[in-house]
Ligand binder design. Sequence first.
Ligand code: IPD
Ligand code: CA
Ligand code: CA
Length: 279
Amino acid sequence: MREYLQSNKHKSRARLKVSAAHVAIEAAHAGSLALLQHFRKPLDIRTKGVANYVTQADLAAETAVVQTILDAFPSHAILSEESHSDRADAEHSWIIDPLDGTNNFIHGMPHFAVSIGYYQNGEGILGIVTSPATGDWFVAARGEGAWFNGQPIQVSRAQGLEQAMIACGFYYDRDQMMQSTLDTIGDLFRTQIHGIRRFGAAALDLAWVAAGWFDGFFEYRLSPWDIAAGAVIIHEAGGKVSDCMGNPVALNRSSSLCASNQALHPAMLEIISKRLPRS
Ligand code: IPD
Ligand code: CA
Ligand code: CA
C-alpha cells in the first residue's frame, strides 16, 4: 500500500512538472512579448536606487508572467522582483525576474531577459531564461537536461583559469562592493584568463555559463530572481553554482554567486572569496 501511494505521489509530481513546464513556457512567451512591445520606444523610467531603474516594461512583463502562472496555479507562491514577495521555499514557488537587464533595455541594447524558476520546497524544478530581442531560449527541467533553442547544452570543458572567459556583474553599490569587484577582476586577469565580460543581465550570464560560452561567472550580490532559473539550467548542464564562499545558495535572500563548470569552481572560489565584501 505504502509503495502504491508513493508511486502515485511520484506520478502526480511528474504530471505537475509537465504542466508547470507548459505554463512556464507560456508565461515566458507572454513576458517576452510584453517587453518587445516597449523595446526602443519611449519609456517611463523610475529610480529605485543608484543606477537601479524600473520602467513600464518591467511592470507589463511582470503582470503578463504572473497572471499566466496564477491562472493555472492560483495557490502557488510568487516571488517576483517588482511586486510579489512570497517565500522562495514554499511548497510551490515561482521566482521571477520579468526584465533582467533593465539598464540595457533603457539604453536600447538588445541584451535582456525574462527569467522564470519553478521550485518545490526550495528545490529547483524548472528554469527558463529567454532573450526576447534575439529569440533565444534556455530551458531546463530537473533530472532531464538543459537546452538552448531545443538543442542540449553542457557547461564548458575548460580545466584551468588560463583557458577561461569569465563574466561578472556589478551590484548597484558604487563603494566597497564595486571596488572589490574591480580588484577581483585584476586578480583574475593575473591568472591569465582569456578575458572578462560584463554584459548586464545576470540571468543570461548564467545561461551562457550553462551553454559553455562563459566558463565562469561571479557577482558579489544578486537577488533570488536573478539566480533562480539560471541555477537550474547550470545544474542540468553539468555545472556548479554556489555563493562566493562555496556554500549552497539560499534563495530567500540576496547572495553572492559563483557559477562555472565543475573543474574551475575551486580555482574561481579561491580568487573571488578573498575580496568578498563582508556586508
Ligand atoms: C541586474 C542585472 C545585472 C546585475 C545586477 C542585477 P536588473 O538586474 O542582472 O547584470 O549586475 O546585479 O540587479 O536590475 O536588470 O533586473
Ligand atoms: Ca535582475
Ligand atoms: Ca529586473
